[in-house]
Write a protein that binds this ligand. Structure first.
Ligand SMILES: Nc1nc2c(c(=O)[nH]1)N[C@@H](CN(C=O)c1ccc(C(=O)N[C@@H](CCC(=O)O)C(=O)O)cc1)CN2
Ligand SMILES: NCC(=O)N[C@@H]1O[C@H](COP(=O)([O-])[O-])[C@@H](O)[C@H]1O
Length: 229
């Protein structure tokens, strides 16, 4: 099976980018990151990519007079790569309808909550404020509706009584670094199909909440809870 061509969009630290890079390096993911694009020039994820010899590009959204013109510039750069998969990894811009349609069915995002709870921003703060007993992250296909696309993988973490936003975020982050590579592994192995009635992994219809990883559960690919800070 030929390597899938991957483009990753970031805005910040890039720990999820690093987790996917590491999973490619270990042979878990049958893919190759061809380009990393950031809308922030100071994103540490750019350093991670450069250290790994991956091409990078900064497209500053503030340099454009509309969301659509920024999105078109990003799309035109992505399409020079002809990717099989576009991965949002901490990319902090809402994407316009045209951009999302252009990559329909081949664009993923990781969101720091158990969707459909807490779409948008400040998810850990909201979970703590609600005194939730559990929280987590979700890997989903990107659609025009913000954080509303089909759910592929969810990882659950407990919320502890003495949790702060930082401790909860760190616990979720660790599970993101398991969940995202797992989702990308399955897509790059052509095991995932998005159909009218839901998402199939092989011939198994996944729950509408996606494949659920319990806390500290090892993945079926045997990946450990490696950290990718
Ligand atoms: N059309 C879509 N665009 C994006 C999706 C999506 O599902 N559909 N996922 C987001 C990722 N995301 C949460 O997971 C998210 C990112 C950014 C924002 C947001 O409010 N951004 C503001 C700017 C915030 C900032 O610059 O700090 C904005 O774009 O005006 C909400 C949710 C990626 N895009
Ligand atoms: N709404 C989007 C959002 O908040 N995404 C979150 O940004 C962080 C990026 O971390 P990273 O840059 O270290 O991968 C991740 O925790 C991801 O869930």
């Amino acid at each position: 099976m030929s390597l899938k061509r991957i483009v990753v969009l970031i805005s910040g630290s890039g720990s999820n980018l690093q987790a996917i890079m590491d999973a490619i390096q270990s042979g878990q993911i049958n893919g190759q990151i061809e380009l990393v694009i950031s809308n922030k020039a100071d994103a540490y994820g750019l350093i991670r990519a450069k250290n790994a010899g991956i091409a990078t590009c900064v497209i500053d959204h503030k340099a454009f007079d509309s969301r659509e013109s920024f999105d078109l510039a990003v799309q035109q750069r992505i399409d020079t790569i002809e990717p099989d998969l576009v991965i949002l990894a901490g990319f902090m811009r809402i994407l316009s309808a045209g951009f999302v349609r252009h990559y329909s069915g081949r664009m993923l995002n990781i969101h720091p909550s158990l969707l459909p709870k807490y779409k948008g921003l400040h998810t850990h703060q909201r979970a703590l404020a609600a005194a939730d007993k559990e929280h987590g992250c979700t890997v989903h296909f990107v659609t025009e509706e913000l954080d509303g696309g089909p759910l592929l993988v969810q990882a659950v973490v407990p919320v502890k009584t003495d949790d702060t936003e930082a401790t909860l975020q760190a616990r979720v982050h660790e599970r993101e670094h398991i969940a995202y590579p797992l989702a990308v592994e399955w897509i790059c192995a052509d095991r995932i199909r998005v159909c009218e009635d839901g998402i199939y992994r092989d011939n198994e219809l996944l729950p509408t909440s996606g494949f659920r990883l319990a806390y500290n559960e090892k993945t079926d690919s045997g990946a450990s809870d490696a950290t990718h800070s």
